[in-house]
Design a binder for this molecule. Structure first.
Ligand SMILES: CC(C)(COP(=O)(O)OP(=O)(O)OC[C@H]1O[C@@H](n2cnc3c(N)ncnc32)[C@H](O)[C@@H]1OP(=O)(O)O)[C@@H](O)C(=O)NCCC(=O)NCCS
Length: 295
């Protein structure tokens, strides 16, 4: 990691590797902007991605940015944070420019908060579509949802099929990420003729659990695989990030107690979302993101 420096007022900021950063300081940084990540969530992200932090002269972490190379063709960016006391002074742009240089022209995707949209627009990112961050205490889990196929808990032997289904929906095969998610998630798969046609994973995250990814070719299948995850968390905090605002799947999520808490904007640089996905009627679709950071 080169020893780059940025002078902000009295601060001389230095870039460091997120891999070497103090976990508790990273946690404090995300808390300072009201994000729910636990130290474990930062650690998970460090294991699947790369990133930088900006530190002041006495080693305090003031800003961060991470990126996740899913394939030679596509990476996602996330955990872009500047401590509130240092915002709007160029640190976010500084770290983003560093990240873009490091990734060297690969196609990029990210989910931008309102505060960050101007920063990403200035770097050439194009708006794609809205993400609805749904969360809350599960109050009314779905009950009567007969699946059209065999619905069962997903196991390690389903990994290759899940990677292929996710790749068809997301655009590239996220083998390493899915492998790690399988280790820490509970999931359900829907099978027809012994073939995986939809799945949903759920793992501990932030204030409770998050459901994602959810991949299916239609609302009915998406609802079938997500229903047991929601039932498993009755009375508990659950979150799900989706591009779907309307339709039966979105309705089921909201009716279960997961109200729309916030929205972010999916943006891309280079190839667009449509360039990575199929528009055929029965093509697999991402019904819930792994997370805003990982897409
Ligand atoms: C978004 C964020 C990382 C920007 O960091 P920063 O260090 O303030 O960024 P910069 O100073 O380099 O500013 C870059 C641009 O964003 C604008 N900007 C920064 N904060 C903003 C805010 N709260 N609202 C609107 N625009 C903002 C700046 O004015 C600047 O635009 P300009 O060059 O046209 O003037 C920071 O506001 C933050 O941590 N927000 C909370 C967490 C968050 O939402 N992260 C983004 C995740 S996608």
């Amino acid at each position: 990691m080169p020893n780059e420096k940025l002078q902000i007022d009295a601060f001389a900021m230095e870039i460091g590797d997120v891999a070497d950063a103090d976990l508790e300081q990273l946690h404090a940084l995300s808390i300072s902007v009201g994000w729910p990540h636990r130290s474990e969530d930062w650690q998970f992200l460090r294991e699947v991605g790369k990133g930088v932090v900006a530190t002041d002269e006495i080693g305090r972490i003031m800003s961060s940015a991470m990126w996740f190379s899913h394939s030679a063709e596509l990476a996602t960016i996330g955990m872009v944070i500047t401590s509130p006391r240092l915002q709007t002074q160029g640190t976010g742009l500084w770290l983003m420019e560093y990240a873009l240089k490091d990734m060297g022209g690969v196609n990029l995707r990210l989910n931008a908060t309102r505060a960050a949209q101007r920063l990403y627009l200035s770097l050439g990112f194009k708006p794609e579509k809205t993400v609805y961050q749904c969360q809350g205490i599960v109050t009314h889990p779905p009950t009567d949802l007969p699946p059209s196929g065999e619905l069962r808990a997903i196991t390690d032997s389903d990994l290759a099929a899940a990677v292929a289904l996710d790749a068809a929906a997301f655009g590239v095969a996220r083998t390493g990420l899915l492998e790690k998610l399988f280790q820490c998630s509970k999931g359900y798969g829907l099978f027809r003729d012994s073939r995986l046609v939809a799945f949903a994973l759920c793992r501990p995250f932030g204030r409770g659990h998050v459901v994602g990814p959810v991949v299916a070719s239609n609302d009915q299948d998406a609802m079938s695989v997500v229903a047991p995850n929601i039932r498993d968390h009755e009375g508990q905090f659950l979150r799900l990030d989706t591009h779907f605002e309307a339709g039966e799947f979105a309705l089921l999520v909201v009716r279960s107690g997961l109200a729309v808490f916030d929205t972010v904007l999916t943006m891309s640089l280079g190839k667009s979302l449509a360039d990575f996905t199929s528009d055929e009627a029965d093509a697999p679709v991402t019904y819930a993101l792994v997370s805003q950071t990982l897409g």
